[in-house]
Design a protein around this ligand. Structure first.
Ligand code: GUN
Length: 273
């Protein structure tokens, strides 16, 4: 499944939509500290936004920034009618309480869908904003005409950003959902039941073909850098090729869809006004 191509199509549609409706969506982007991966992600988001016509208001704060100063910045944007979305790149330095920051962002401006209110709406199948990676996965599956309704979906990983919201989205889509994690016993026995397997463990190439049944749909959320500098996912792509019916590559699978969904949600927020 080619996430890069679909993400490009979505970004082109968004660009047209922004131009045709005379929208000027504005997104506050806050990066704290010098985590190299976060810097790359934020730069990619800023570039994608610029091409679509979304204005970003960028803050790169030192890791030493106080929690109160960060909260004040968020409160300022919560009140600013010209700002439609607020994004604080995670992870934050250990000195800052991530939950406190996530909760401070107005749910109406929560483009990442991480606020407990928005997670609650999602859980009750009345979503307002959605975490971008799970939403991107749903769009990717829909594009390839893979309907989760009635399917056995197995999710490996239970993070707040991917595994948990993914489970809620799949349940809303009428799938039968199993969430597995680091304490799960007999993991392969469970993943082999999956019609659709979604892997977000953060462990490079953790699952090979022995973990899936013939014809499974495999979505790989992982981005891991090996010592030789190459990027690999959480599944062994080569091993699964030929056994899986559909498979997402890394890079070029889920990653570009995450950014496209962030853009989409920002435009949606601007349209809501
Ligand atoms: N860190 C990893 N993924 C994400 C994401 O989707 N949004 C933000 N803000 N931080 C992240």
């Amino acid at each position: 499944m080619d996430g890069k191509k679909l993400a490009q199509e979505i970004r082109t549609q968004l660009k047209d939509e922004v131009a045709q409706n005379g929208l000027v969506p504005r997104l506050a982007v806050i990066l704290v500290g010098d985590d190299p991966a976060s810097q790359v992600y934020v730069r990619n988001k800023q570039r994608a936004a610029e091409k679509i016509g979304i204005k970003t208001v960028d803050h790169h704060l030192p890791a030493t920034v106080g929690q109160e100063a960060l909260l004040d910045l968020i409160y300022q944007y919560n009140e600013d009618p010209n700002i439609h979305g607020i994004l604080v790149q995670l992870p934050l330095p250990d000195s800052i309480d991530e939950a406190k920051i996530t909760h401070a962002i107005s749910p109406q401006k929560d483009v990442d869908g991480f606020h407990p209110i928005n997670l609650g709406h999602l859980f009750m199948n009345k979503p307002y904003s959605l975490p971008c990676t799970p939403r991107g996965i749903m769009e990717l599956l829909a594009h390839y005409k893979i309907n989760p309704s009635g399917k056995d979906v197995v999710i490996v990983g239970r993070s707040n950003i991917v595994g948990r919201p993914m489970a809620a989205l799949m349940l809303n889509a009428d799938a039968t959902v199993t969430v597995t994690h680091s304490r799960t016993r007999n993991l392969a026995q469970k993943t082999r039941q999956a019609d659709i397997l979604i892997v977000a463990t953060g462990q490079a190439q953790m699952l090979d073909a022995s973990y899936i049944k013939e014809g499974a749909v495999v979505v790989d959320v992982g981005v891991n850098r090996l010592e030789d500098g190459s990027l690999v996912g959480d599944v062994d792509f080569e091993s699964m090729l030929g056994k899986a019916a559909y498979l997402t590559p890394v890079p070029g699978g889920v990653g570009p869809m995450t950014i496209a969904m962030l853009m989409k949600q920002t435009v949606e927020f601007a349209q809501r006004g």
